[in-house]
Write a protein that binds this ligand. Structure first.
Ligand code: RP5
Length: 164
């Protein structure tokens, strides 16, 4: 199997639709990734085993998306020293506030870089992963700069169009 640089883990198949946003960004930047469904609560042994083996298989950054009492990112982070980016998902009647607090309030010593709730978070998690990889990859860094320029051009274009 070819080595993958980024891992996208999610707690349930019901998270896939939102986490596809992360896949799309990684594809745009030509980053190799794998996607795994593994739950901190329902499959705790598999999750721990996966996190422990990730670095040895060449993974550089792990993105973990989960809803409800979202312990997935924290549990993964406790089993690896790879950077872990948590995406809090809006899956319950608390609209993601539950998962946001569960992810962001990690005790000192085991960090999880927590991003926005939901779709924007999935996208930002992937961009943050690309930024981490770009620290040792100038080409990737240039692509990130172009991405920002393109975004700015789109905003300016939209602005101009509403001035007419
Ligand atoms: C979390 O519980 C998962 O990440 C998902 O967001 C949520 C609900 O899972 P399902 O009951 O839809 O499988 O662990």
């Amino acid at each position: 199997m070819t080595e993958k640089n980024v891992s996208i883990v999610m707690g349930s198949g019901s998270d896939l639709e939102v986490m596809e946003g992360a896949q799309e960004v990684l594809k745009e930047f030509d980053i190799s990734y794998e996607t795994i469904i593994s739950s901190a609560h329902r499959t705790p042994d598999e999750t721990a085993q996966y996190a422990k083996g990730a670095a040895g298989r060449g993974i550089k950054v792990i993105i973990a998306g989960a809803g409800y009492a979202a312990h997935l990112a924290g549990v993964i982070a406790s089993h690896t020293v790879l950077p872990v980016i948590g995406v809090p998902l809006n899956a319950s009647s608390l609209n993601g506030l539950d998962s946001l607090l569960a992810m962001v309030q990690m005790p000192a010593g085991i960090p999880v870089a927590t991003v926005t709730i939901g779709k924007a978070g999935a996208k930002n998690a992937a961009l943050l992963a690309v930024e981490i990889l770009a620290l040792s990859d100038n080409e990737l860094s240039k692509k990130l700069i172009d991405y920002r320029k393109k975004m700015a051009a789109e905003v300016n274009e939209r602005n101009q169009s509403i001035q007419k």
